[in-house]
Write a protein that binds this ligand. Structure first.
Ligand code: FNR
Length: 348
């Protein structure tokens, strides 16, 4: 099967993954209107391409908090990679390193942080934190990640409780017995319990700050008000995200929310986006509207399901090639040529 675009990997994963795993990866909350809107919204944005601008030499490198990556697409944190491929997050780490981009490892990984680090020494990795009701558990995780060389801490802010994902409820989704949330062993075993702390407030960022020297990136911001609060509470980065439409259904597409967040932040911290990125031209639209980098969630899982590390590299390479081509066709030879002049919103 020729894998030409990300939808090819989606079709493969849908066909070959066990239904319960596919449903878990695909799920959005309620009737999935926000999950689907994340993708539809890109169609309402149209390019204003420029011509005759010498695109014979292209430079698509960028920097994430000072560290260079080869192109502006990283891997968003998603749980349970062993559901997609036996080596799980170890394969993800290797693929990200091979492509010289950033991998955000989830609290809900099925490999330990130590295994992930050892699989791809020196790769750029951030650790995504869900704060546990027992703060000692989270403190220990943060300190382990820092000691292992993770270079950023991503605090997910949009999951005080887990959204209602209908297929998971119908399937009675839980991890197969041979897979474990290895970083939380002992802290809790059964996914159905809610071990996460729903009492979190902005003040908890100060608590987190006291534990670590790592930059803190807050994930799940969708409004200018929260963007302002994030900056005031001293974070170094914001990921505009709605958790792939898996939390509050009915919220905006992330590409639409990006505009007000970027406007509020005024360059004081880096702003990234995830949700609905399926083509290189989606990456270009997000960059034009002010994202410094984007992250992919489900497409990374489809790549793993296809061929593990190799499959994920294929997904990243396709996005990289499509992004470079879109830039060139829009008249941009380097990232600094990308700006809001490049896009317009259509009434579609
Ligand atoms: C997620 N996401 C997520 N986010 C997070 O902060 N911690 C996590 O453990 C998970 N787990 C997770 C599992 C699965 C199966 C999915 C699909 C998503 C959300 C993820 O980081 C990201 O926000 C979305 O996946 C981005 O949307 P796309 O790229 O999947 O459209």
């Amino acid at each position: 099967m020729a894998m030409v675009c990300l939808s090819d990997f989606e079709a493969y994963a849908k066909k070959y993954l066990p239904k319960i795993a596919w449903d878990f990866f695909a799920a959005g909350a309620d009737d999935c209107s926000t999950r689907d809107e994340n993708i539809l919204a890109y169609k309402r944005i149209r390019f204003r391409p420029r011509m005759l601008r010498d695109v014979s030499v292209m430079d698509i490198r960028t920097k994430l908090l000072g560290t260079e990556i080869s192109f502006p697409v990283g891997i968003a944190p998603t749980g349970f990679h062993q559901l997609a491929w036996p080596d799980g997050e170890k394969s993800t780490a290797r693929a990200a390193k091979a492509m010289n981009t950033c991998y955000i490892a989830s609290t809900y990984s099925t490999c330990t942080l130590e295994e992930i680090s050892a699989a791809a020494p020196g790769g750029l990795r951030w650790f995504q934190l869900y704060i546990h009701r027992n703060r000692a558990v989270s403190q220990q995780l943060v300190q382990r990640a820092e000691a292992l060389g993770f270079q950023g801490l991503v605090l997910t802010a949009d999951l005080p409780y887990t959204g209602k994902r209908r297929d998971d409820v119908r399937n009675g989704f839980r991890l197969p017995p041979h897979m474990k949330l290895k970083n939380l062993e002992g802290a809790f075993e059964v996914c159905k319990m809610s071990p996460l702390d729903p009492s979190l407030t902005w003040n908890d960022i100060y608590w987190l700050r006291s534990l670590t020297h790592l930059p803190i990136i807050i994930k799940g911001i969708l409004t200018k008000e929260d963007a302002e609060l994030a900056v005031r509470h001293g974070v170094q980065g914001i990921i505009v995200s709605n958790h792939g439409g898996r939390q509050l259904d009915g919220g905006p597409a992330t590409i639409d929310a990006l505009v007000e967040v970027v406007e509020a932040v005024q360059g004081r911290v880096e702003v990234y986006l995830d949700g609905g990125i399926r083509k290189g031209s989606d990456v270009l639209k997000a960059m034009a509207l002010g994202a410094k980098c984007v992250f992919i969630g489900r497409p990374a899982l489809w790549g793993l399901a296809y061929k593990g590390e190799e499959g994920l590299q294929d997904v990243l390479r396709i996005l990289q090639d499509e992004f470079r081509l879109s830039m060139a066709l829009a008249g941009c030879a380097s990232i600094s040529d990308i700006g809001p002049h490049l896009v317009q919103f259509s009434k579609l």
